[in-house]
Ligand binder design. Structure first.
Ligand code: GLN
Length: 206
């Protein structure tokens, strides 16, 4: 499979995929996209990735691949890029879309800019997943076809009130699209990547 390698934490995703036995190649051109059967859109800066997608003429091919059912996993900025609708986007910011969700950029606000958390993620066995949130978005609304995989609990592990973040959706799946507001690739917990690798594996068989 591939990791979109225009900007963001490409290497970390490639390493996490390697750790679950999936071979990942960098995708920067159309020919590279055509050669893979699944793509990770990494975290980084969604406005920059959006501009580079257009510059590298990868936006339309990626939209077409999504429409044809190629598995795509978007993490953080990648989640923003998979959203059909966004709030708090920069002027003219576009997304690839594909997931029937409204995603709010930089949703957690300045005080809780970055944090780590242990979250139960549906479909990921073996206890809570160690996650990192970095200027993360959350899902504000999800359509009926979207499966919610994780939400922010009402109280954090250290007993603090999650405030406005309580109950917000931070991991979701729709068909072969998987999105997390957090970065599992930097905590060493590779079970979300294993989940995505299984999704890619299943799509090869069907
Ligand atoms: N705030 C970033 C954006 O809007 C996402 C941050 C991240 O990917 N860590 O693109």
């Amino acid at each position: 499979m591939g990791v979109l390698a225009l900007q963001g934490d490409v290497r970390e995703h490639a390493a996490a995929l390697a750790a679950v036995g999936a071979r990942a190649v960098a995708v920067r051109r159309r020919s590279e996209l055509e050669a893979v059967d699944g793509v990770v859109v990494p975290g980084g800066e969604s406005t920059t990735i959006d501009k580079l997608l257009r510059l590298f003429e990868l936006d339309e091919p990626l939209r077409a691949a999504i429409a044809e059912g190629m598995p795509v996993y978007g993490s953080c900025a990648g989640m923003i890029l998979l959203a059909d609708r966004i709030e708090g986007g920069a002027a003219g910011q576009r997304t690839l879309g594909g997931m029937d969700v409204l995603v709010r950029r930089n949703a957690f606000g300045r005080q809780v800019d970055s944090f780590e958390a242990d979250l139960e993620v549906a479909g990921v066995p073996g206890g809570p997943v160690r996650t990192a949130f970095i200027r993360a978005p959350w899902v504000e609304q999800a359509g009926p076809g979207v499966e919610v995989l994780a939400r922010i609990p009402a109280t954090t592990a250290d007993g603090r009130d999650a405030g406005a973040a309580a109950g917000k959706i931070v991991a979701a799946r729709q068909g072969r699209l998987l999105a997390t507001a957090f970065h599992p690739e930097i905590t060493g917990d590779v079970r979300v990547h294993a989940l995505f690798a299984r999704l890619v594996e299943d799509s090869r068989r069907s």
